[in-house]
Design a protein around this ligand. Structure first.
Ligand SMILES: Cc1ncc(CN)c(N)n1
Length: 226
């Protein structure tokens, strides 16, 4: 029988395929991504990750057993100290200070995305929280693995470090753990509850696509103040 996460993946396949073909993503692989779009992404993603790390802290308090609680605490630590360090190092190469990174004004998409996940985290069950955050980790791992196949992508002078990070075994192991947890948490749930998890997974898969699009276009808000 198909696992629940296979069902999730099937339900979003067209969106994920579109994401893999997005010029931001393909540009990371073949080096054609404009540096200004990458810088824009870096800053938005940094403030995204500040909220994202908080989701793991909330998950840690919602976990039923100590091992799961500790794993979420470790995921928060990995986000704050490893993943965000990648961003800090890139920023340093561009002459962007840590303070400037942290003070990034959120774009509409970044704010909508993390606000959605934080709402689910505060109001929903642990299974709902995991279904909402899963596309973040899983889709990045899929993108990392796909880009690692592109000739020269792993060694690209600028984007190589990004590709190496998200295609790495360490990142893959975290993603696999979360996929396994989703399957465990889905066990015994009613069809109504499973449909709600599927809806969160779909919504954040859409947000992932929109995040790439926002960064590529360097779009803050669809309507500006002036
Ligand atoms: C928007 C987004 N989604 C996912 C990831 C991978 N943690 C990320 N850094 N940024």
């Amino acid at each position: 029988m198909a696992t629940f996460t296979q069902r999730l993946l099937n339900s979003v396949a067209p969106i994920w395929e579109r994401t893999h073909r997005h010029p931001f993503v393909t540009g990371l692989g073949d080096g054609s991504l404009p540096v200004e779009s990458f810088k824009f992404y870096l800053k938005q993603d940094y403030v995204y990750l500040i909220d994202y790390a908080k989701l793991f802290a909330i998950a840690s308090t919602k976990a039923d057993d100590l091992a799961t609680s500790a794993k979420f605490a470790a995921l928060q630590e990995a986000t704050l100290h490893h993943e965000m360090e990648l961003h800090r190092q890139y920023a340093a190469r561009f002459g962007i200070s840590r303070e400037e990174l942290e003070a990034t004004q959120p774009s509409f998409v970044m704010l909508a995305y993390t606000s959605y996940m934080l709402k689910v985290a505060h109001q929903g069950t642990l299974a709902e929280l995991v279904s909402a955050v899963l596309p973040c980790m899983w889709s990045y791992w899929e993108i990392g693995k796909q880009l690692a196949q592109v000739d020269g992508a792993l060694d690209h002078e600028l984007y190589g470090e990004w590709v190496r990070t998200y295609s790495s075994d360490e990142f893959g192991q975290l993603a696999q753990w979360l996929i396994g947890l989703m399957d465990q948490l889905a066990e015994g749930k009613s069809e109504r509850e499973l449909a709600r998890l599927e809806e969160h997974f779909l919504n954040t898969s859409r947000m992932e696509y929109l995040f790439w699009e926002m960064a590529y276009r360097r779009e803050m808000w669809p309507c500006e103040k002036n």
